[in-house]
Ligand binder design. Structure first.
Ligand code: PSU
Ligand code: MN
Length: 306
């Protein structure tokens, strides 16, 4: 039912490292035409590190794992691309729809495809104001039941970060800081929240995965939280001010559901004159590079753990 690119098939057959990339960040998370450039750049970064990129999307009702350049362009430029969470997949497949996959849909399809690594920018999570509006990203629950190692710069800072960390704990998702004892803040290097575990090398992450496999517990994700380098983070004062305005605008305009995250990210880009975009891209780039290194370390560990 899944359609793989030739590269991904070859890599899976030989046990070569593969990294899944999501497509919502391309279609709904970044402004055009920069988004296509970024999609290509991210794939190139995976290849440069010695792994094979597998950008995930649904095209004409077919879940795709690995896209060619034309298909990548379609994801980036086609206005009709929907935003597909995990729950949207059955309808998209049945109706022949096309859409970009969020973290939840990408993680699901990647795990189905047998991939172990996935890189994104920031996870979805519990939105601010959750006490009166129940908006929690489907990313969390899906990751709670899916065996995938996901590299991210924490969760999007538009969210209620402490509440999201609490949910990850409740849901049984393993969280490790990569080279940090502080949970990253997406656009910011730190969120002010601690992480319980810190790892420092790809081999350590591979060891955590091997231990997870050996335990053979119920499938769950391992979140590798990788901060954006401090030199590339958004100015924290600017971040807080513009985010405040963006949250107020979302409330005023009654933005709800799947539109909330793209709306807020877009407002941040405008309100920071593009600086948030640069920080977002720096975070994604770092995550993609790290995921590729992890995938290489994992495949070097040997075939019985792939
Ligand atoms: N990371 C980014 N930009 C994004 C996203 C992640 O740097 O746009 C996307 C992911 O696809 C994530 C989605 O799953 O935002 C969360 O949306 P929601 O809050 O509606 O679940
Ligand atoms: Mn939501």
């Amino acid at each position: 039912m899944l359609k793989f690119s030739d590269d991904v098939i070859a890599a899976l057959e030989s046990g070569a490292p593969v990294v899944a990339l999501e497509s919502t960040i391309i279609s709904h998370g970044l402004p055009r035409p920069r988004n296509l450039q970024v999609a290509r750049e991210l794939e190139a970064a995976v290849r440069d590190a010695g792994a094979v990129p597998a950008t995930v999307a649904v095209l004409d009702g077919v879940p795709r794992v690995g896209l060619d350049d034309k298909e990548l362009e379609r994801v980036a430029h086609d206005e009709g691309m929907r935003k597909l969470g995990h729950r949207d997949l059955p309808v998209a497949l049945a109706t022949g729809a096309s859409g970009a996959t969020t973290v939840s849909a990408t993680a699901f399809l990647a795990a189905r495809a047998g991939l172990r690594f996935f890189a994104t920018g920031g996870l979805g999570g519990v939105h601010r104001g959750w006490t009166h509006e129940q908006d929690e990203s489907a990313d969390l629950r899906l990751l709670a039941g899916t065996r995938i190692t996901i590299v991210c710069a924490g969760v999007k800072s538009i969210l209620d970060v402490p509440a999201t960390l609490q949910r990850l704990e409740t849901l049984g998702v393993t969280v490790v800081g990569y080279g940090t004892a502080e949970f990253p803040g997406f656009y910011l290097s730190g969120s002010g929240q601690p992480v319980d575990w810190t790892v420092g090398t790809p081999e350590e992450v591979a060891a955590v995965m091997a231990a997870q496999d050996d335990l053979s517990g119920p499938p769950a994700a391992i979140v590798v939280a990788n901060p954006v380098p401090r030199e590339e983070q958004l100015d924290p004062e600017l971040h807080d001010r513009v985010l405040g305005q963006a949250l107020a605008a979302a409330e005023d305009q009654g933005v709800t559901g799947q539109a909330v995250t793209p709306f807020l990210l877009g407002r941040l880009v405008e309100g920071t004159a593009g600086a948030s975009l640069e920080a977002n891209l720096a975070a994604v780039r770092g995550n993609v590079r790290l995921a590729a290194r992890l995938a290489v370390a994992w495949s070097e560990r040997g075939a019985h753990h792939t």
